[in-house]
Design a protein around this ligand. Structure first.
Ligand code: S3P
Length: 441
């Protein structure tokens, strides 16, 4: 644990919103008055998707610097490869990029011939892709996976039909893939989920003039539709803010301010859960105009944290925050439980296995369940000594690496912790280690 956590932290652009904005560049009508799309502090996933859309011909990258990524939208590409010379598009580590692009490309290939192959890095190539290929196929798209994984082959032309889709998991990535393909289908596409999921795609497309709506678990859109491209403000990533919200809540002397964070109600569950545990979090909305609400979050040390049980649809609302929520659970007095979170096993790593192992390295009492964990927490305030650090395995997963640092910084860990891979945090939060260093890590 470090002495004091007092700072204002500027966070990277929300990677869900930024990647959707980049993919839209290849789908819509160009408004000639519109300025280029500008994304502040882009993460590696955002950059990968920008390069992938550039490779498809849907945008031109004007400036790619650590603090800003500027692109000019080009609209639907004229050519998308041939059977003899497929267009190979690398999605890097980004599951959101690959799954949303699968839908977008399936839509583009409804009106023109072509052959696109979506590839990814080793971790992305191990993640399930049949779940996105199946609904696209049911619409009429030619989509082939490689034994259920990437590379994904998408071939056109095919005719897409508007259908009702009952998706097996409450995944915004799958929903968005179907919605983006649905832009090219005539009639009403309805997407029904078994639980709630983030609604950034619906908000963005509605902002760009598409007839689309979302009730709690059903998305309805009418095609064919061409989004009218125009830039919109992209908030800072609340899933990056999550690490500091937990750090400040658990640490005994903290006061952190996080400006311009996205406050979309489908992403703010961590604020409610931490408040329920006893956190002191204040939110000051900005008056920005655009599809996504945003504002400043201020978090101060909690006086006492009570344990919590997370299960059912709450797990989907917290899906990216669960590894760091485990750190807050470890700092609460008593038994906290996570259940119904099996999806965590197919994220960038098996996040149940790695979060449990990380907490054990921190000296926390934790047991692993097939779909979650049980943590016996205590409000320890360890003053970490200069003893040898315990090394934590991340399997290259950015959220495991950052949750590990927060376990150390906040005083939950009884020993210093270090991660086996620092570079991986760039996937969502490139400046994380310099921000952590400024706070004494
Ligand atoms: C995302 C949705 C979530 C989340 C991921 C980003 C998105 O995945 O874990 O980091 O941008 O739609 P699922 O929708 O597959 O749960």
């Amino acid at each position: 644990m470090q002495g004091r956590l007092h700072a204002t932290i500027t966070l990277p652009a929300d990677k869900s919103v930024a990647q959707r904005a980049l993919i839209a560049c290849a789908l819509g009508d160009i408004d000639h008055d519109s300025s280029p799309l500008s994304i502040a502090r882009p993460s590696a996933d955002v950059r990968s998707t920008a390069r992938a859309v550039e490779r498809l011909g849907g945008l031109q990258i004007e400036r790619d610097e650590p603090t800003v990524l500027d692109v000019t939208p080009l609209g639907p590409p004229a050519e998308l490869g041939t059977e003899e010379h497929p267009l190979q598009v690398d999605c890097g580590n980004s599951g959101t990029g690959m799954r949303l692009l699968a839908g977008a490309v399936a839509g583009l290939l409804a009106t023109r011939p072509g052959h696109v192959i979506l590839t990814g890095d080793e971790s992305l190539s191990a993640r399930p892709m049949e779940r996105v290929a199946a609904p696209l196929r049911s619409m009429g798209a030619y989509v082939r996976t490689t034994d259920g994984h990437a590379p994904l082959h998408i071939t056109g032309p095919h005719r897409l039909v508007a259908l009702d889709h009952h998706l097996p998991v409450p995944s915004a990535q799958l929903l968005s893939a179907v919605a983006l393909a649905g832009l090219a289908a005539s009639g009403t596409t309805r997407i029904l989920l078994p639980g709630p999921a983030r609604d950034h795609t619906e908000r963005m497309l509605a902002h760009l003039g598409v007839e689309i709506s979302r009730s709690e678990t059903t998305t309805t859109l009418t095609g064919p539709a061409l989004p009218r491209l125009r830039p919109f403000p992209i908030p800072a990533d609340i899933s990056a803010a999550a690490f500091w919200m937990v750090a400040a809540t658990v640490h005994p002397d903290a006061d952190l301010t996080l400006p311009h964070v996205g406050l979309n109600p489908t992403r703010t569950a961590l604020i409610s859960v931490l408040r329920e545990m006893g956190a002191r979090i204040e939110v000051y909305p900005d008056d920005t105009l655009g599809p996504e609400p945003m504002g400043t979050i201020r978090v101060r040390s909690a006086h006492e944290l009570t344990p919590i049980t997370i299960a059912g649809s709450d797990t989907a609302d917290l899906i990216d925050e669960l590894p760091v929520l485990a750190v807050a659970m470890a700092g609460a007095r008593g038994r906290s439980t996570l259940a119904d979170a099996g999806e965590l096993r197919v994220k960038e790593s098996d996040r149940i296995d790695l979060t449990v192992a990380m907490l054990r390295s921190a000296g926390v009492e934790v047991s692993e369940r097939e779909d979650g964990w049980v943590i016996d927490g205590s409000p320890r305030r360890h003053q970490v000594q200069a003893e040898a650090a315990h090394r934590v395995r991340t399997a290259g997963d950015h959220r495991i690496a950052m949750a590990t640092v927060i376990a150390d910084l906040s005083g939950v860990s009884e020993a210093p912790l270090e991660v086996d891979d620092r570079e991986c945090v760039a996937v969502s939060y490139p400046g994380f280690f310099s921000d952590a260093r400024a706070l004494g890590y």
